[in-house]
Design a binder for this molecule. Structure first.
Ligand SMILES: *Cc1c(COP(=O)(O)O)cnc(C)c1O
Length: 338
């Protein structure tokens, strides 16, 4: 099967398993797991940020950030496509007692002007706008990404209005290999960043939350309260270290594969509205009467898995486990089925 459902489906490579097997571990709740500590140091150093925290999932890393940056009755300003709004079970309300102020960016990408116009005035009857979250790359936006200038401009608005600034960087490395920006350039702008090791980077589990010493100290408490304090977690952290050292630059191959698939789709008469392909996500619509249910079933019969992403919409995600022979197979099948 060629699995284009998500980049979360990647499995550890032999080299990664070797690194996991060889990891030194200890009880990380007591801060005694050397490998978890090494991963946190590596990430903090790479982004030029003070501290980091290994978390079981990207969702938990984001939810901790929301909790530490806000108080109940605050609101977070974000795009309506944001993962924190769409796919985290409404956790912002559940864990943090906050609301969302949703903006309509371009494919999930906001501008500083949009953010500044959305800030609520300080009236007793309004939620307080205390946090801005940007998603880079934006999943629902088709793997769209921010340019550094926009990140800086939104940061300036946050500082001017005393708001915290968090980046959901689940796929931040996909953006970095494409833009050529360094992790430090992003780290310098943000109060906090979450990154996923378990997406295209290929680790089986894990995300890292980055921020100041004070922020991470509190984040550690919130992680424990959410049940995310882990014991001999170095086995998983080792996979993360391996991923950061071996699987970052190769993300370019995933982007090339996504562009190749887009080029094929452009020639097919039953496909329309192919969203601009910037990284490893490809979103497009089918022309009626073709529906996602029919199309996905035909793909499946030919050994290809993908997902529906709306009433007429399909999403393909390329990743580490997609080989050249698989790409050739997908190319052939896309031309064949109709
Ligand atoms: C996958 C994802 C997350 C959450 O990660 P999980 O590990 O699946 O909880 C957060 N934000 C974005 C943009 C993602 O794609």
């Amino acid at each position: 099967m060629v699995n284009l459902i998500s980049d979360t489906v990647t499995k550890p490579t032999p080299g990664m398993l070797q690194a996991m097997w060889a990891a030194e571990v200890g009880d990380d709740v007591f801060k005694e797991d050397p490998t978890a500590i090494a991963l946190e140091h590596l990430c903090a150093e790479r982004f030029g940020m003070e501290a980091a925290l290994f978390c079981p999932s990207g969702t938990m890393a984001n939810q901790i950030a929301l909790k530490v940056h806000t108080r109940p009755l605050d609101e977070v300003i974000c795009d309506e496509m944001s993962h924190i709004y769409q796919y985290e079970v409404g956790g912002y309300a559940f864990h943090s007692g906050i609301g969302v102020n949703l903006l309509k960016g371009e494919n999930g990408i906001l501008t500083a002007e949009m953010v500044e116009n959305a800030i609520k005035p300080p009236f007793d009857w309004l939620p307080k706008s205390t946090l801005v979250v940007i998603e880079n790359t934006c999943n629902k936006g088709g793997g769209s990404m921010y340019d550094l200038e926009t990140i800086r401009q939104i940061g300036a608005v946050c500082r001017k209005h005393g708001m915290a600034y968090h980046m959901d960087g689940a796929r931040l490395f996909n953006a970095l290999v494409e833009t050529g920006n360094t992790p430090e350039e992003i780290g310098a702008e943000m109060d906090s960043i979450s990154i996923c090791l378990s997406k295209g980077l290929g680790a089986p589990v894990g995300s890292v939350l980055l921020g100041t010493q004070t922020f991470i100290k509190e984040a550690r408490r919130v992680r424990k309260a959410m049940g995310g304090g882990m014991r001999q977690v170095g086995y998983l952290a080792a996979a993360g270290i391996y991923a950061l050292n071996h699987h970052v630059t190769r993300l370019r191959e995933d982007h090339q594969n996504a562009r190749t698939l887009a080029t094929i789709l452009e020639t097919l008469p039953w496909v329309c509205n192919i969203r601009p392909v910037q990284t490893n996500i490809l979103i497009f619509d089918l022309k009626p009467p073709l529906t996602p249910a029919i199309y996905l079933e035909k793909l499946k019969q030919n050994g290809i898995l993908a997902s529906a992403f709306g009433p007429q919409t399909i999403r393909f995600v390329t990743h580490l486990d997609i080989t050249q022979p698989m790409m050739d197979h997908v190319g052939r099948i896309l031309h064949q089925i109709k």
